[in-house]
Design a protein around this ligand. Structure first.
Ligand code: NAP
Length: 283
């Protein structure tokens, strides 16, 4: 099945959003398996810094900068990597995020940019790598999604739509291409601490990590598990994550109630007001 030769010496992994946050840890974990890892993100300086750090620890690594919100970026990124490396065995669609501003306060183009980064780019990259993977008869695509939609996390309308879209996309992709040797997995992340957007929010607000946050390292390890064990979906959050997702689908009012009880509404409101004040955004 797909996990054979997808990781390890002689294989190539492309990790998006690898210039910082969770993606840099995913890249390190894959490199430790012996694969060559190609890092991508917009910032060449940050990619270079991560690549140097990984190389110093013995990793086989390179980087190609790309802005995945630009038309044609996914195709040309994959063409570049395939030219340089001969093929891509593992694609990790990790780049993503949310501006955490109110839906109505952003222009429709700003909202569509969130959709582009979190949904359209993973679809376009998967499409671009699939031809080569099918020709070689092996490959694995790991998509990073989020619990945001399921728990109605405040002020994430478009991000939630994109991340739920990624789950549906992965399910069908896996079902259609697994018989031909190319598999797909989706990781559904709750709030994550130690690296990435969640940790930055804590740092910004001066709050401490709650016990409901999983360490970023757990996401990196889960990518390896998803590939080696060919898992369809993994939920990364402390406690019974999969059960919580199912319960939320059954009782959709539970998410907002939990957010109110846990103080997420108030915290997010404060963060938005702090950012708006800093950027002089009219309310
Ligand atoms: N952290 C959490 O609590 C959490 C929870 C649930 C899900 N997730 C998901 O986990 C993934 C990683 O999140 P994170 O917290 O590590 O985020 P992060 O620290 O903000 O890192 C985001 C990465 O995406 C890249 N990126 C952003 N815009 C891009 C663009 N237009 N083109 C190409 N690359 C772009 C960034 O690099 P450049 O800025 O250099 O482009 C960076 O490497 C995301 O998909 C996120 O939605 C995170």
């Amino acid at each position: 099945m797909s996990s054979s030769n997808v990781l390890g010496t002689g294989s190539t992994a492309l990790v998006t959003g690898a210039s910082r946050g969770i993606g840099a840890l995913i890249a390190r974990e894959i490199a430790e398996e012996g694969s060559h890892v190609v890092l991508t993100g917009r910032s060449a300086a940050e990619l270079r810094a991560v690549a140097s750090e990984l190389a110093a620890a013995g990793a086989d690594v390179s980087f190609v900068p790309a802005d995945l919100t630009q038309p044609g970026a996914a195709t040309s990124l994959v063409e570049t990597v395939e030219r340089q490396r001969g093929g891509i065995d593992l694609l990790v669609n990790n780049a993503g995020g949310d501006p955490l501003r109110e839906f109505h306060a952003m222009t429709i183009d700003e909202n569509l940019c969130t959709l582009q980064l979190n949904l359209v780019a993973p679809v376009a990259l998967s499409h671009a790598v699939l031809g080569g993977m099918l020709r070689r008869g092996r490959g694995h695509i790991v998509n990073i999604s989020a619990m945001a939609g399921r728990v109605s996390f405040p002020y994430t309308e478009v991000y939630a739509a994109a991340k739920d879209g990624v789950i549906g996309f992965t399910r069908v992709l896996r079902s259609d291409y697994r018989p031909r040797g190319v598999s797909a997995s989706v990781l559904i992340l709750g709030a994550i601490r130690d690296a990435g957007q969640g940790q930055r929010m804590l740092d910004e607000s001066g709050m401490k990590a709650s016990r409901f946050m999983a360490p970023a390292e757990a996401v990196a390890r889960a990518v390896i598990t998803a590939v080696k064990k060919d898992r369809a979906e993994l939920v990364i959050m402390p406690g019974p994550g999969r059960l919580l997702r199912a319960v939320m689908d059954y009782f959709p009012g539970l998410g907002p109630a939990m957010n109110r009880a846990a103080g997420a509404d108030t915290t997010m409101r404060k963060i938005i007001e702090m950012r708006d004040a800093r950027e002089n955004v009219p309310s």
